[in-house]
Design a binder for this molecule. Structure first.
Ligand SMILES: Cc1cc2nc3c(=O)[nH]c(=O)nc-3n(C[C@H](O)[C@H](O)[C@H](O)COP(=O)(O)O)c2cc1C
Length: 187
């Protein structure tokens, strides 16, 4: 690599914050994959859990990505609070939001325009993320406690999903995750 190309690479390097909310680790796994893809494009990624750092300083970052999973119909209130308290700064930066949920395993509900959680969420906040994505999540029955396992099995029974209490099923389309990573690199 020449000195000139090294400089132009440095000039284009962006600092990207990915703030996430993940209960069972799947959204975090998606964030890890995004980080891998984005860093391959020579940008710098910092991953922060909203639970660990609800007051993270966004000033040092050029782009902000927020990702959260759905539990019992909602994204974490910590994410909503974070967005509401930082709405002004969020709107000054390139930004993206993604939602992880199991309803998105259905092709007719796996896009920002067709996923009910994403649609409802966008009505609830004033921030306007530049890019949006919805990813299907994971079912991991052995990991859940009795109450959650029974509730999710019932919902899966009603919506024709997996109900075997030993089932561990990842519905995520990793190619879509990687494409979103490349989109974030370019935005
Ligand atoms: C207790 C519980 C409640 C859930 N509620 C919903 C729900 O209401 N709608 C939905 O689409 N997915 C729901 N899911 C599926 C999660 O969104 C999915 O498992 C996701 O991969 C979890 O990501 P996380 O590990 O980052 O929290 C639920 C999962 C659990 C364990």
């Amino acid at each position: 690599m020449t000195f000139a190309s090294e400089i132009s690479k440095t000039e284009k390097m962006a600092r990207i914050l990915i703030l996430y909310s993940s209960t069972d680790g799947h959204t975090r796994k998606i964030c890890d994959r995004l980080k891998e893809v984005i860093e391959r494009q020579a940008h710098q990624v910092t991953l922060v859990s909203v639970r660990d750092e609800p007051h993270v300083d966004m000033k040092p970052f050029d782009k902000i990505v927020i990702g959260a999973s759905i539990r019992y119909g909602k994204h974490s209130p910590l994410v909503v609070d974070f967005i509401n308290s930082n709405e002004r700064i969020l709107d000054t930066k390139s930004s993206a939001f993604f939602s992880v949920n199991i309803v998105a395993r259905k092709p007719e509900k796996n896009r920002p325009e067709t996923n009910p959680y994403m649609r409802r969420f966008l009505k609830q906040i004033s921030w306007h993320p530049g890019e949006l994505a919805v990813f299907a999540g994971k079912i991991d029955y052995p990991r859940y406690g009795l109450f959650d396992r029974s509730a999710i099995r019932l919902i899966m029974f009603m919506t024709k999903g997996p109900t075997d209490p030993k089932a561990v099923v990842e519905f995520t389309d990793w190619q879509e995750v990687e494409a979103f990573g490349r989109l974030i690199s370019q935005m």
